[in-house]
Write a protein that binds this ligand. Structure first.
Ligand SMILES: [Zn+2]
Ligand SMILES: [Zn+2]
Length: 303
């Protein structure tokens, strides 16, 4: 699951987080007018919009009907930057929850977990044993955003007419449970996002890349939450290095860790790689550094 940061929305595709460039054409979503999408993500959005069946497999980062509605609702509300980003995350979660509700009526696939993947990330309510989670700041944020979230899901429901269970109209409580989430559940989701999301750094311009510039501060273009990689702990002495592909580095032969063409199917923008930088004995914990290795660093690390 990816989300573009507020400061990069004018230059970054809200679907795949690729930066607008000569080879990456972007234009605004025609429906909400609030996000920039690349050609690929426009096509994915068209597919998602055309779906009248929630069982349809959907690219996880597609700008769907619910997310588009959320952008329009969020744009008209007076929200702080932080709340705007939290709101978009909760809208994406609400859509996954809705998909789960719809799938429960049909045939759930083992490998198609969506909402459960996010919900199973740490922290859990019983972490630390003492009812520490969800902490008050997340509860406050979930409380502030609840009416907007309810309105977004309600409007999306009316628009597409598929957020129904057996065609029956739902009570407000059932609608909340199945689609919007309770305040407590959404507070927990915010806690999981704050604990597990990776910052996706802005691309460095080609002429700014410097082999010795290992720790240069760059702005964060967005965040990404991964089903598996988000479970890897950070360590001061990491044994894996993290590389991402939002700028198509895996397809760039000048990069040390570019892919052979036979692996091109694993070169989606959101593909993430963890490469061992040390001998990892069987049973040892995999640990990564907090900071991402990008751009020229992929060359610098090629021993
Ligand atoms: Zn895109
Ligand atoms: Zn839109």
């Amino acid at each position: 699951m990816t989300g573009v940061s507020e400061s990069h929305r004018a230059t970054t595709c809200a679907g795949c987080l690729r930066r607008a460039a000569r080879c990456v054409r972007t234009r605004a979503c025609e429906r909400c007018g609030e996000v920039l999408l690349c050609d690929d993500c426009h096509r994915a959005a068209e597919l998602a919009f055309g779906a009248d069946d929630a069982r349809l497999a959907m690219a996880p980062n597609a700008h769907t009907r619910v997310k588009c509605r959320g952008e329009a609702v969020g744009a008209s509300a007076a929200l702080s930057t932080g709340d705007r980003e939290r709101f978009r995350f909760l809208v994406a979660c609400a859509e996954l929850r809705a998909m789960k509700t719809m799938r429960a009526e049909t045939q759930a696939r083992e490998d198609d977990r969506g909402f459960d993947d996010v919900a199973s990330l740490c922290p859990r309510e019983d972490d630390d044993g003492g009812g520490r989670w969800p902490i008050a700041s997340h509860v406050d944020a979930a409380t502030r955003l609840h009416p907007l979230l309810f309105a977004t899901m309600h409007d999306a429901d009316i628009e597409r007419g598929v957020l129904k269970v057996n065609g029956a109209s739902l009570s407000s409580d059932d609608f909340e449970r199945m689609y919007v989430g309770t305040i407590r559940e959404n507070a927990m989701l915010l806690a999981k996002e704050s604990k597990n999301a990776f910052g996706v750094m802005a691309a460095a311009a080609a002429d700014e890349r410097d082999e010795n510039d290992f720790g240069a501060a760059r702005s964060v273009r967005g965040g990404a939450l991964y089903r598996d990689a988000s479970r890897v702990n950070h360590g001061c002495f990491p044994n894996v290095a993290r590389f991402d592909n939002f700028d198509d580095d895996f397809q760039d032969p000048s990069k040390a860790f570019s892919s052979p063409s036979s692996l091109s199917a694993l070169c989606e923008p959101s593909t993430l790689r963890l490469l061992a930088i040390d001998v990892i004995p069987a049973g040892a914990e995999v640990l990564m550094r907090c900071v991402l290795y990008t751009g020229s660093h992929t060359t610098a690390l090629a021993w």
